[in-house]
Design a protein around this ligand. Structure first.
Ligand code: FAD
Length: 468
């Protein structure tokens, strides 16, 4: 259904971006054949990788691809966890690594104008020196702005301010016919027709290629505080969360994690999680003025103690808070060698405890290790489906077991009113569950939207939907 690249087409592309910006050697293409999703079935080589330098070049490449019916896949940092940037049908990978300028940090409007290949790390650094703050913090800082927008990334710090979606004010997008459109701008309120920004957000490179974004930023808070509340059981810990959310406290993050998992992460990175009793921890991050966080800390501490917390640990020193955050952030890497897939099911917050209970029962009845932790403040859970039994032995028929367990967990999440992805996206590997989340009429509208934006299924085919 797609055509292959020919020498004349490659020469045409080289003429646009320069020969040195077109990769063709198999060895160099390996890095672009996968993301962070582990199963080799998802790996697929592009025919070429094009390192574009600006919006105009992206537009020229996309025009050629549409003219020739060749797939084009946008790739940012390649840190995605669902095979989103894998060129499943070959063709061209457009890498944004060289569209990476911070165009402006507008301190009067509190907005940053960035090219899509800027990494999260570069963005945070540029903000820090100006005493500014971008609340979303998906765990991997080599992710790019284009990737964050295209997956509507979340992370721990979404409780108070929401996911990346809430911060996008403007986008520059190359459409499948090579036309360049600008949605939004340096404006906060906008009721001027349909909101294409919201449509491109989370569209995983299937509706257009984002080359620039304008994001809202905030003044850096005066202070941060990290509170850890240990509990004897997951149920007790999670029961506490709605009380915190209903209180006058406004936490930036409410994470939950087991002692077993956080110990593995601590050993992995050689840093220390506070040695406090309890089997399950709520980690609550507060930010604001000193008075505000002091008040919030007292409120949260008394809620936790009234709801069976074993103790309260408060980290005030920046270094200690950073150490705790680091251990929490490294969990994915620490579990990676045994992980087949990390799920990111999202359920109504009040259903979280029951869903985790279900996962624990599944783990016991099938003797499979399913470490689960996540963003307790917004109902977004990370279950790692591993290749290990509960006592650490290898599971021989792990592929069979993985398929079965994954299905059970996803069905339970959806039955509880949840969705298959709270922040990672659908990508290549979750599309078979899409019709469990929505009815046929809804799916039909999604497909029609795809056709309007990309009638020839050139943009990232095989993601979210299979090509028709
Ligand atoms: C250790 C670790 C921790 C993580 N923690 C979190 C977390 O807490 N929360 C979270 O949400 N995610 C998390 N992730 C997942 C990942 O970092 C995010 O999905 C991130 O947004 C991907 O950005 P990227 O630049 O790497 O995108 P890629 O992986 O390169 O691409 C992801 C998708 O976006 C599309 N895309 C990329 N750039 C563009 C563009 N310019 N225009 C159009 N489409 C584009 C791709 O085609 C693909 O569909 C984590 C990943 C790792 C490895």
């Amino acid at each position: 259904m797609y055509k292959k690249l020919t020498e004349p087409i490659v020469s045409e592309i080289e003429g646009i971006v320069g020969k040195e910006n077109v990769l063709r050697d198999k060895e160099k293409l390996i890095d672009y054949s996968h993301d962070e999703f582990a199963l080799s079935e998802a790996f697929s080589f592009p025919e070429i990788v094009v390192k574009v330098a600006n919006t105009q070049q992206v537009a020229e490449i996309v025009k050629i691809a549409t003219r020739e019916k060749i797939p084009v896949v946008a790739r940012g940092g390649g840190t995605g966890l669902c095979g989103g940037c894998i060129p499943s049908y070959g063709g061209i990978v457009v890498s944004t690594e060289k569209i990476n300028k911070i165009l402006e940090i507008d301190q009067n409007n509190l907005m940053a104008h960035l090219e899509s290949g800027v990494t999260l790390k570069e963005f945070y650094q540029a903000l820090k020196i100006r005493k500014l703050f971008f609340p979303p913090h998906p765990g991997e800082e080599s992710a790019t702005i284009g990737g964050l927008v295209s997956t509507n990334a979340g992370g721990a710090r979404a409780v108070k301010y929401g996911t990346v979606r809430n911060f996008i004010r403007g986008l520059t997008v190359v459409c499948s016919d090579g036309k360049i459109i600008q949605a939004g701008g340096k404006i906060i309120k906008d009721s001027t027709g349909y909101n294409l920004i919201q449509l491109f957000t989370g569209s995983e490179g299937t509706l257009g290629i984002i080359t620039e974004a304008i994001l809202s930023v905030m003044p850096e808070p005066d202070a941060y505080l990290t509170v850890i509340a240990p509990f004897h059981s997951t149920k007790d810990a999670l029961k506490c969360v709605p009380f915190i959310l209903k209180s006058s406290a406004r936490p930036l993050a409410i994470e939950f994690i087991s002692k077993q998992v956080i110990s593995i992460a601590g050993d992995y990175c050689g840093k220390h999680w506070p040695s406090i009793p309890g089997e399950i921890f709520l980690m609550i991050i507060l930010e604001g003025t000193n008075n505000q966080i002091e008040h919030d800390c007292e409120t949260i501490a008394s809620i936790c103690m009234e709801n069976k917390a074993v103790d309260i640990f408060v980290a005030q020193a920046e270094e200690k808070q950073q150490e705790i955050l680091h251990v929490r952030s490294i969990v994915y890497q620490a579990l990676k060698s045994n992980t087949i897939e990390i799920l990111d099911i999202t359920v109504p917050p009040a259903e979280m405890a029951c869903h985790i209970d279900f996962v624990e029962q599944l783990s016991n009845t099938h003797n499979i290790w399913l470490p689960t932790y996540g963003h307790a403040g917004d109902g977004n859970l990370h279950t790692h489906i591993t290749k290990k039994t509960l006592d650490g032995c290898d599971i021989e028929n792990w592929k069979e077991m993985y398929t079965k367990i994954r299905q059970f967990i996803i069905v339970d999440g959806i039955k509880r009113g949840g969705r298959i992805s709270g922040e990672h996206g659908i990508g290549l590997v979750k599309k078979q569950y899409l019709d469990m989340c929505f009815n046929a009429d809804y799916i039909e509208i999604l497909r029609k939207i795809k056709k309007v934006f990309d009638p020839f299924f050139i943009l990232n085919p095989g993601k979210i939907f299979d090509p028709e």
